[in-house]
Design a protein around this ligand. Structure first.
Ligand code: IMP
Length: 428
């Protein structure tokens, strides 16, 4: 038995989906523990491409149990659309379990998301995905959230929906927004409630049973560590915690059950939405990276901001999650760049620092300190082992490992499952 947590070490979109899909082959259980359909993974195999937002990557293997944990916020309509999309793609046999304690995202959450963003001016906008994630977690903290167990009990659902919309409609009216009709939402969503009911269960019990039976468990983080509500670049963060510590609370298992924590990073950096991004740059090289890496959001289609790899960020993520191995993604995207830069520290008010300050004012004044490494021109997309990489690509990977103090256990040279090279068989 072994368990591994896969987490993003940057601002999300690191390629975690590919790694979880890859590791899912040996996993008996794959678990999502936070976030909602703000996330997006693209999984490519056998010339087929699937975009997943809520459903764990184990869904493509018929014997793997896929769990949506209690820490998630689930949009039932999006979930059903995703199941329909899978079925259309020929994925008809799967095992899915939805936590009865997860919270439900309803149409008023996305309206609130947009409203709160619109009320913020210019630089203060977070640039959310507008999927209602923040408002759904706000309801959870305010103890007015609707959980999956309430959602599948239609009386309870109607009652809670009525209370919440009576309240939110007052806010909509105040800001000149159209009020929402309780009956319409109830009639539409009661059908979704019926469809998801067969999958709903106490997933903490299910998961603990799997551990007792010595099964391999894979925890699939969404977003990245720098978007963590506590340890990210607040307030430009999401509303959950995409860290290893989040797993236990958000799935109902003991933290002692986690064996390994695999950090996933791109060979460079990207970010969508607003907020600090010390190594961001705009140039022909950035455009080349954006095009080659197809750096457009899976969920929103937004062009991602591009930056050099930032090892202050990686060390921060290592510290807060205890990362035991690193997976470097999209190395092939850096081919044909003459000189590569890696950020090794920041300069703040003339002083060299090796941490991300808490205050956003300080963070915004941090200047990256770089080292430069020569790039490579050879096509690396067919590489099957480390030694086959051009020497400069090998040196680039070695430097990342040296600067972060984390062993590189995998790297990826293309979107297909086959283009993932494992250096150390340390996970399940
Ligand atoms: P929210 O999660 O929709 O509230 O958005 C908050 C911030 O997190 C915004 O900057 C989003 O762009 C970012 N974000 C949320 N989910 C993802 C993701 O899966 N990948 C990358 N960025 C994300």
């Amino acid at each position: 038995m072994s368990s591994v947590v896969v987490i993003g070490t940057q601002w999300g979109d690191e390629g975690k989906g590919k790694i979880t899909d890859f590791l899912a082959e040996k996993a008996n259980v794959v678990v999502r523990f936070q976030g909602g359909n703000n996330a997006g993974h693209t999984i490519v195999f056998d010339n087929r491409k699937f975009a997943l937002h809520l459903i764990p990557s184990g869904i493509f293997r018929k014997d793997t149990i896929n769990i949506l944990g209690n820490g998630m916020v689930i949009n039932p309509k999006a979930l059903i659309e995703e199941l329909d999309m899978l079925e259309k793609g020929g994925i008809t046999e799967y095992k899915l379990a939805i936590s009865d304690r997860a919270h439900v995202v309803l149409p008023y959450h996305s309206v609130l998301d947009k409203l709160f963003e619109d009320l913020k001016n210019g630089k203060k906008k977070v640039g959310t995905t507008n999927k209602g994630i923040g408002p759904a977690y706000t309801d959870k903290s305010s103890r007015i959230g609707i959980r999956i167990c309430d959602f599948i009990d239609l009386e309870e659902f109607r009652d809670k929906l009525t209370d919440n919309l009576n309240y939110y409609n007052k806010i909509f009216k105040l800001f000149g927004k159209e009020e929402m009709v309780i009956k319409d939402i109830f009639e539409e969503y009661k059908e979704y409630s019926k469809r998801i009911r067969p999958y709903v269960t106490d997933t903490s019990i299910l998961l603990n049973n799997q551990f007792e039976n010595n099964r391999n468990v894979l925890f699939e983080g969404a977003q990245g560590s720098l978007l963590c509500l506590d340890h990210g670049t607040y307030p430009f963060v999401t509303s959950s915690s995409p860290t290893a510590a989040s797993v236990s609370l958000n799935t109902g298992i003991s933290p002692k059950l986690i064996d390994e924590i695999l950090g996933v990073t791109k060979a460079y950096s990207t970010r969508v939405g607003s907020g600090y991004f010390a190594t961001e740059f705009n140039s022909e090289i950035a455009e080349h990276i954006r095009k080659t890496g197809k750096e457009y959001g899976t969920t929103t289609g937004r062009a991602r901001r591009i930056g050099w790899l930032d090892t202050v960020v990686l060390r921060h993520s290592k510290r807060i999650s205890g990362i035991t191995g690193l997976s470097i993604m999209l190395l092939d995207v850096l081919t044909n760049i003459e000189t590569l830069k890696i950020c090794i520290s920041y300069k703040l008010d003339g002083k060299i620092i090796d941490f991300i300050p808490a205050s956003i004012k300080d963070v915004e004044r941090c200047e990256p300190v770089y080292i430069e490494l020569p790039g490579w021109e050879e096509d690396i997309t067919k590489t099957s082992k480390f030694g086959d990489l051009p020497i400069n690509a090998q040196k680039y990977l070695d430097k990342i490992s040296e600067l972060t103090g984390i062993e590189i256990v995998m790297f990826s040279v293309g979107p297909d499952r086959k283009q993932t090279i494992v250096l150390k068989q340390m996970y399940i």
